[in-house]
Design a protein around this ligand. Structure first.
Ligand SMILES: [Zn+2]
Length: 283
């Protein structure tokens, strides 16, 4: 065989492999992952750690399991500050994160590469240079989302959310809502919407955001987390927490906002009766 023919065969094989890797490998790998049975132990953990899972209709529960399988197969988890990761931590985070895309496309999490988990609230030191002065900052955080595909969470805060499933805070839902917001390249509180949804979303959310700001300005009590008034991006993240954690309350207080979120998430959490939590035997 001449060296030219050998080179041509090698080049052809290389191109074939490259095409397979670029266009078919992700789907092939996903189908392989979804072909695996969902472990009963994981199911028990979802019942105990993701309260809404038990309340979902059967087909949505199955869909959540599939998304969780993909999440655990494709996203890298890292324990920080000595935290040892186990299935309870992974399933708690994956289960809540996947609620947001339960009725949407798995591909919306394509850009998320890794989840970093600290044992508790963590400190972030930084500096900002405005051209004249360098400003030092020192913040305590419960979580953060990066447009570079990274989510950071404090496990103590995640556990608090699990223990208060009807409470206003859920750091996992909050940070993954930011990830959806980043999908169109802007952290502006408006995730990707089709043309028909976009103008209705803009009107509804702007009105609700201003209402929250006015209420807080007049020092009136707001049932919604005041942190939502700091920026439209935070408003969307806080509303997402309320939509999944306190759906009936959100529907009663702001039905138009609830309907906008329902149309976006394609879910109706207010209609799913919450089941009593089951004890977890895998602690
Ligand atoms: Zn936030």
């Amino acid at each position: 065989m001449s060296s030219a023919i050998a080179f041509a065969i090698f080049a052809l094989a290389f191109i074939t492999l490259a095409i397979f890797y670029l266009f078919f490998y992700p789907d092939w790998r996903r189908q392989r992952t979804l072909g695996q049975p969902f472990p009963e132990r994981w199911r028990t953990l979802l019942h105990s750690q993701v309260p809404l899972y038990s309340a979902l209709p059967a087909e949505l529960r199955h869909q959540l399991e599939q998304h969780v399988q993909l999440f655990l197969a494709e996203k890298d988890f890292y324990g920080c500050d000595g935290l040892e990761l186990d299935d309870r931590i992974r399933l708690t985070i994956a289960g809540h994160a996947c609620l947001l895309i339960l009725a949407r496309s798995w591909s919306e999490y394509d850009e998320i590469r890794s989840v970093l988990v600290y044992p508790a609230l963590y400190r972030v030191r930084g500096h900002e240079n405005d051209g004249l002065l360098v400003h030092l900052s020192d913040e305590i955080r419960a979580g953060e989302a990066s447009s570079l595909g990274q989510v950071v969470l404090a496990w103590s805060e995640c556990e608090q959310a699990v223990n208060s499933p009807d409470g206003p805070h859920n750091v996992i839902l909050h940070e993954f809502a930011h990830q959806l917001d980043y999908l169109d390249g802007l952290a502006d509180g408006a995730p990707p919407l089709d043309r028909a949804q976009a103008s209705h979303w803009q009107q509804t959310m702007s009105r609700a955001y201003e209402h929250l700001q006015h209420s807080l300005h007049r020092q009136r009590h707001s049932w919604l987390d005041p942190y939502g008034a700091t920026a439209p991006a935070e408003f969307f993240a806080v509303l997402t927490e309320a939509f999944f954690q306190q759906p009936q309350h959100l529907y009663r207080e702001q039905p138009d906002v609830y309907e906008a979120l329902k149309a976006f998430y394609r879910l109706d959490p207010a209609a799913y009766p919450r089941a009593a939590r089951t004890a977890c035997s895998f602690l």
